[in-house]
Design a protein around this ligand. Structure first.
Ligand SMILES: *Cc1c(COP(=O)(O)O)cnc(C)c1O
Length: 485
């Protein structure tokens, strides 16, 4: 049976139905040229106020988000995004800036661009930043283009290979390939760290650089990082740091001090912009001193009391239009200013504490492949007792019945039943205890009533999906679902 709210707002439309909203005051009337005006009115749904409110309230409840419940997704996690930052990012003076406005009329935005560049430099130990790229992967591409430009400038064009460990985020090899490099994959140690011998074996005068995440995707800090960076530099390569998730290190350690030459940072993960479904994002790219001249445009400089848009001397160009994603770096700016130098350390400490608390509380029933302290996240390799055949996917689905989002599953690929858990720094002990409790309940069900877990979820709007089909043949319109074809 079709439920009342399994519908599109357009299908609720009845001719002449109407909902009212007051017009905003003080809007200037603009006289558009007549050839730009519509000749027929736009075809919009005609609905009452109730129709609209109920429709969108119901639609909003069909999804799961950080606003609905605990969301322990590892790696791509949204960390803390204070609501006040959303509000500040929409202040009209910023939101209504036109990208072609002259520099002297947008000094406020340029000041924020400049100060955000400076703060990211301090946090990461790199010389300079451009806030131009629009996502993490976009920042990676910028960084790789800089690596390429650097070797080209040195007439060292045989360097066509980028080394990527097999524990890396998928965007790393993808960005390297998009940039025209050949990817050399190296096998990781059992804990996901770089195998130094495997690294030595592939270093040569054809290596342009190494891409690395530290802590890695298994939540382990790379203890040999100084040796690794020395080896890569001695071989003439550059070191790229994937700084998508920076919360564990904040205020404690800097990529620049570890020997990294380039990094991108995901402002939409670590620095407070809510994201998902492809946006919005910002992936500033930062570099060490010898690479500053290659940064993407623009860079903002300060002369006396005024701020100026500058172009780097040998810039790789603009990656995105104009000045990057202003609403995202506005949030990052407010987030950093709110915490300040003194408190930013707590972000790292709490992220690490929360992850270790969950890990230690559950490791008697879930397989823990990497012992010892983790950073902001860790990996379980499925249940310890696998006698009833319950897998990581089943557990992830059963969690939904209890109102918890699943962890990241089947990544990293170095384990077969990976369950990557990141609680983030802001969750209370009560929330963590609630999650631990439910994980124990599900583990018990897996032994006592395995069918219940294997057929989960039972309470969600859609049940278990054919995930391959969902990716390859997505049905994006409700009618197809209801007409059985
Ligand atoms: C999310 C993520 C990326 C990519 O960031 P996007 O903004 O999604 O392009 C890269 N590396 C790691 C480790 C990530 O978690």
């Amino acid at each position: 049976m079709k439920r009342l709210y399994d519908t599109l707002i357009f299908d609720l439309s009845k001719k002449g139905r109407i909902g009212y909203q007051y017009k905003e005051k003080n809007l200037d009337e603009v006289n558009l040229p007549s050839d730009l005006l519509r000749s027929t009115p736009a075809s919009l749904p005609e609905v009452s106020e109730f129709d609209v409110v109920r429709h969108y309230t119901n639609v909003s409840q069909k999804n799961f988000g950080v606003e609905t419940g605990f969301y322990p997704l590892g790696s791509c996690t949204m960390k803390y995004n204070p609501k006040i930052n959303d509000e500040l990012a929409t202040i009209k003076g910023f939101a209504n800036i036109h990208p072609l406005q002259p520099e002297h009329t947008m000094q406020g935005l340029l000041q924020i661009y400049y100060e955000t560049q400076e703060m990211l430099s301090k946090i990461s130990g790199l010389k300079a930043y451009s806030l131009n790229p629009f996502a993490g992967a976009h920042g990676e591409l910028a960084g790789l283009m800089i690596i390429k430009a650097y070797h080209q400038k040195n007439k060292d064009e045989k360097r066509t290979k980028i080394i990527v460990p097999d524990s890396a985020h998928g965007t790393n090899p993808a960005s390297a390939t998009v940039c025209g490099f050949d990817v050399v994959e190296i096998k990781s140690n059992l804990d996901g760290t770089v195998n130094v011998e495997a690294l030595k074996a592939v270093l040569s005068d054809e290596i342009a650089g190494l891409m690395l995440t530290n802590p890695n995707t298994a939540g382990v800090f790379e203890k040999d990082i100084l040796e690794i960076s020395k080896l890569v530099h001695e071989a003439g390569g550059l070191l790229y740091y994937d700084g998508a998730n920076l919360n564990a290190l904040l205020g404690h350690a800097k990529p620049g001090d570890m020997g990294f030459d380039i990094t991108h940072i995901n402002l939409h993960k670590t620095f407070s912009t809510p994201h998902g479904g492809g946006g919005p994002g910002s992936g500033p790219v930062g570099v060490c001193e010898k690479l500053v001249e290659f940064l993407p445009n623009p860079i903002v400089t300060k002369k006396g009391d005024t701020y100026h848009l500058e172009l780097a001397k040998d810039s790789i160009g603009n990656l995105g239009m104009f000045y990057g994603n202003a609403s995202v770096y506005l949030r990052a700016y407010v987030y950093l200013r709110t915490l300040g130098k003194e408190n930013i350390k707590d972000v790292g400490s709490l992220a690490v504490l929360n992850a270790n608390y969950i890990k230690e509380s559950l490791k008697d029933i879930f397989e823990l492949p990497i012992e010892g302290n983790c950073m902001h996240e860790f990996v379980f390799d499925g249940l310890k007792d696998i006698s009833t055949g319950v897998k990581t996917l089943d557990i992830a689905k059963r969690l939904l019945d209890y109102g918890y989002h699943a962890p990241t599953i089947y990544f990293p690929l170095i384990f077969h039943q990976s369950m990557m858990i990141e609680p983030t720094e802001v969750e209370s002990k009560d929330t963590l205890d609630g999650f631990i409790d439910i994980m124990r309940t599900v583990a018990k069900e897996a032994i006592e009533n395995p069918e219940l877990v294997k057929t989960a979820p039972h309470t969600t709007i859609v049940r278990r999906l054919d995930e391959v089909k969902a990716v390859k043949q997505p049905i994006l319109k409700y009618k197809d679902i209801n007409s059985n074809n």
